[in-house]
Design a protein around this ligand. Structure first.
Ligand code: RFL
Length: 388
């Protein structure tokens, strides 16, 4: 088995396969140091924790992760807190930075004898209609390499080799541009709220999400086409204080900004996720905008489904799980896409040039009003916010 990419999808898949006795290798473009230092997600759904628990991969997150169960909305119509952990199914997030999780998964895989080839970039997946697919790859300072296996798992993200290798005409690529961009920031500062903060302001959205006791993720909605360098630290904190209405709710804890990333809100889905002996999982299968924090959670869910189906096929000759893998994942993917899309509409004013923008904006305020006052709407939110 060849796995492309050592993100959450590839590493969960690799660990489950290895534990079952399936021989596999992971090809990873980045070097080890870069991989373990790439902060991205942080909010892990209860299902993700259950999957990691089932495969004994959750020791680090239980030791260092923190439970999280509340959001605070700050809007032009006032603020309100939603204790989602006490609504719906009563479930909570575990906050544990993705790069720490990736570090744990990598260590576990390698301690159990798993092979990761760092600095190896897959170029193409060939012969996917046969039972001996090949992966061509290159190393920065070495000759081209070819890897061959019974199956290949494309866990190499949206711009990886797996997507590029899909036979033209054999898949649908659903794409949506939400017309919104966020500047994602990491501040070396303790969280300022004991809740996820979602602020809707005439200047645009601002968000606050705890990562650890000394690191906080912030988001600022920005225009398209800017550069993270347009944002000095002074401008960032001024804008965060303004949009989060610090004058009314209390100041934010300031600290050095150690990461600035621009994220254009685009979503997409590849259908189907299986092409002969090539399977897609994680961001390679579907990209979700980060508004609802679903991407890493879906990646883990899909990796477990794929691992179990591969084990059934390779060790027990039962091909049914692989045959239905794509269909089963796509149901989860579209549910997550639907909720993420709803969140984007909840948190952002419609672009001024969009047809019916004032109407959409009135709908957004009405949605927030309903979420503030309707217990059944809060139950629905809680279930979808922590679920995948
Ligand atoms: P990854 O993590 O991108 O890993 C893919 C790996 O493949 C490697 N690679 C290749 N290797 C070999 N050959 C090639 N040709 C290759 N091309 C790429 C890459 O180096 C990389 O190591 O994908 P995976 O495993 O599918 O995991 C997906 C998640 O990383 C992603 O969905 C989340 O980070 C999204 N996301 C969030 N998800 C959550 O569930 N909760 C959150 O709180 C959350 N917050 C976020 C986020 C994403 C963000 N950004 C950066 C868009 C916050 C942000 C700012």
């Amino acid at each position: 088995m060849v796995i492309l990419g050592a993100g959450p999808a590839g590493l969960v898949l690799g660990n489950v396969l290895l534990a079952a006795g399936v021989d596999c290798v992971i090809l990873e473009r980045a070097d080890r140091a870069r991989l373990a230092a790439r902060p991205r997600a942080g909010f892990l759904a209860p299902n993700t924790v259950r999957v990691l628990d089932r495969h004994r991969l959750a020791e680090g997150l239980h030791r260092h992760g923190r439970e999280h169960a509340a959001c605070e909305f700050r809007t032009e119509d006032g603020s309100f807190r939603l204790d989602y952990g006490a609504r719906g199914r009563g479930e909570r997030h575990t906050v544990y930075p993705q790069h720490l999780l990736v570090g744990d998964l990598l260590a576990h895989f390698q301690q159990n004898g798993g092979q990761v080839r760092f600095g190896v970039e897959a170029l193409a997946v060939l012969d996917t209609r046969t039972s001996r697919p090949r992966v061509t790859a290159r190393r920065a300072d070495g000759p081209p390499e070819t890897w061959q296996a019974r199956y290949v798992a494309g866990c190499d993200g949206r711009h990886g080799a797996a997507r590029r290798s899909l036979p033209p005409g054999a898949f649908r690529h659903h794409r949506y541009d939400h017309g919104v961009s966020w500047l994602g920031l990491l501040a070396e500062a303790p969280p300022s709220l004991d809740a996820v903060g979602y602020a809707v302001h005439p200047n645009g959205f601002a968000g606050h999400m705890a990562r650890t006791s000394s690191v906080t993720r912030y988001y600022l909605q920005t225009g398209r086409g800017g550069s993270p360098e347009d944002w000095s630290e002074a401008r960032i904190w001024r804008e965060l204080e303004l949009r989060m209405r610090a004058a009314e709710h209390g100041p934010l804890h300031h600290g050095p900004i150690v990461q600035r990333t621009l994220v254009d809100f685009e979503s997409d889905v590849i259908e189907p996720l299986r092409h002969g002996s090539l399977f897609l999982a994680g961001d390679a299968a579907s990209l979700l905008c980060p508004a609802a924090a679903k991407g890493a959670n879906l990646a883990v869910l899909e990796a477990e489904l794929l691992a179990e189906a591969l084990v059934a096929d390779l060790l027990h000759g039962e091909a049914g799980g692989l045959a239905t893998y794509s269909e089963r994942c796509l149901r989860y993917i579209w549910r997550a896409q639907e909720f993420s899309h709803w969140m984007v509409r909840l948190l952002h004013a419609a672009p001024g040039d969009e047809a019916g923008a004032p109407f959409h904006d009135a709908l957004r305020r009405s949605r927030l009003d309903s979420l503030r006052s309707s217990r059944s709407h809060q139950d629905w939110f809680a279930e979808h916010y922590v679920g995948v």
